[in-house]
Structures are given as C-alpha cells and as structure tokens.
Design a protein around this ligand. Sequence first.
Ligand code: AMP
Ligand code: TRP
Length: 327
Amino acid sequence: MKSVLVSGIQPTGKLHIGNYLGALKNFVELQNTGKFRCFFFVADLHSLTEEFDPKEKQKQVENLILDFLAAGIDLKKSVLFVQSAIPAHSELAWILNTITPFGELRRMTQFKEKTGEEYETTNVGLFDYPVLMAADILLYDTKFVPVGDDQLQHLELTRTLARKFNSRFGNAFFEPKPLLTEIPRLMSLDDPTKKMSKSRPEGCLFLDDEPETIRKKIMRAVTDSGSEVRADREKKPAVTNLIRIYSAMSGKSVTQIEERFKGRGYGEFKKELSEIVVRGLAPFQKKKKELRKKRAAIMKRVATGNKKANTIASKKLLEVKKKTGLV
Ligand code: AMP
Ligand code: TRP
C-alpha cells in the first residue's frame, strides 16, 4: 500500500510565488513520483476565519482549483476535493476539540500574528483553526503533509492530538510527518524580514501577475548594501531571497548564480531574474487560461473527488465515533 499524502490551501484570493515554491510545486513533484496516494483540497472552511465576501467565495474556490490543475495536479493521479463538501472534517474537529488543551492553541504563532492584541473580537474559528487542520489530516491515515514551515507548529499539534486520542480511546490515527521544500519560506520583496504573504500584496509576486507587473515588482524589490550578488542570509537577506527565487525558477544552483553575476551589479541580476520569473510562470498562466474555458467539466470531476474523499473520511469518522462511544 502506498503512503497517504494530504495537503490543503485556503481559497483566499490569488496565490503567490511563495505558495508555489513553498508548497504547490512540491505537491506536483511528490504526485509525480508515483510513490504516494495523494489528496489535495481547497480549505474553504479554514478560509471563513478571515474576512470575506460571500459573493466571492465560490469564485475563489474555483480559482484555486484551476491553480492546482494549472500547476500540474493531475486528477488521474491525485484526489482533489473541497473541504466543506466532506462533513466528517467538521465533525472530527469537534471531537478533537474535546481533547485539545486551550493553552496549546493560545501558543500558536499564526494565531498570535493574525490576532495581535484583539482577543475580545477575534473569531473563535481562528483560534480553533489548527484543530480543524488536524482533522483534515487524520481522517485519511496520512503519513506525509507537504507544507511551508509556517504550518509546522500546526502539524506538531496534529501529532500530539493523534497520540492523545490513540492512548485514551485506542489506536485510530497515524502520526503524520511534514515534507518541506528547499524554500520552505520565501520572504517579502519589500521587506526580507517578513514572509511573503498576501496580507502584504506589495511584497508578493502573484502567479497571475502580468509580465509587466512582475518586472516592475522585481526591479523595485529592496536590496542590501554593497553591490555583490552573493547569498548571505545574515548580511544580505534581501539578495539571498532573490537568489533563491532565481535558483528555484531556473534550476541553477546558488553557486552557479553567484558565479554568473560576479562583477555585475544588482540591476543586471534583477533584470535577468525578472525574465526568468516571467518565463517560468508563462506555462502556468497559459494552462490556467485554457482550463478556465473547461470550468464546468472540471467542477464535475472535483465532485467525483469529493465523493472519493467522503467515502474514506466517513469510514474513519465512524471508527472514531465507535471508539468514543458515540455509536
Ligand atoms: P495559505 O495560503 O496560507 O493557505 O498557504 C498555502 C501553502 O503555502 C502552505 O503550505 C504554506 O505553508 C505555504 N506558504 C505560504 N506562504 C509562504 C511563503 N512565504 N513561503 C513559502 N511557503 C509559503
Ligand atoms: N493551514 C494551511 C495553510 O494555511 C492550510 C491547510 C488547512 C492545510 N488544512 C490543512 C495544509 C491540512 C495541510 C494539511 O497553509
């Protein structure tokens, strides 16, 4: 039996190159090894924890499905589904809530970052977010979860909850392991101390950005003092981040890139980087345009994915209900 691999992305608008290099590209490569039984999903329930317009939600879900497919997720090789279509996710999340210590959730970095000091008005969904994520993962007997490093803490909680449930009620869950990419965290173009995130759109390269926009954003990206194109995370965090993008998009090693730009300045480096990113994203953008025309047929195939996921998840939920004495 192949090991199960599960990952999800929230439909909250456009994906950026950090999502792509930190997660999506990895999903596709892992799928194509043929070594895993892959499940990928649209985490629409998670996305309700951020402000949104109900009229936009379906469009965002469909857009993310097209992103998955344009990046290379293949419905013949992977199951693609929408989280909210599988009731077991919410039900298991509730059961897991009852074994989750309050203090574990309060410590979560993502929660702290997203709420700041606004505890009184923060929605409880944002607090409970990691428990739903644990349910997403544990329902499928998952062994591996490819994510960016911002999600590692949530995955650690998932492991803790699996252990806790198993020891209290009997073995039901595997403890999943993370799979990180070479770039588990891409930094913002306008501030290399912050991770690239759509909450700072000016520092993001979006997968749907027009070539002109990409060029402008890269040429405007902050750099470090000096003029040497050299990777040095301490002294040259901004340039190092750009070199990593260059490397991931071109397949060239960091040393090869440093060699190539020896004696040339940041300007020339950025110009070439712009073209590499524009060219690198072109096939994705072209494919997405074509897929858009087949939207209806694609959504039908996702409905098949939902059915498959539902069968597996319902079975695991029933096992959990039996173990906890609910049935
Ligand atoms: P999200 O948009 O928060 O649902 O994130 C989707 C995936 O992209 C998750 O696996 C994240 O860990 C990953 N990710 C988000 N931001 C970055 C970043 N700046 N660098 C690398 N990976 C990221
Ligand atoms: N929390 C993840 C993120 O923001 C999205 C997500 C939800 C997820 N459920 C998951 C990722 C389960 C992996 C497995 O990126």
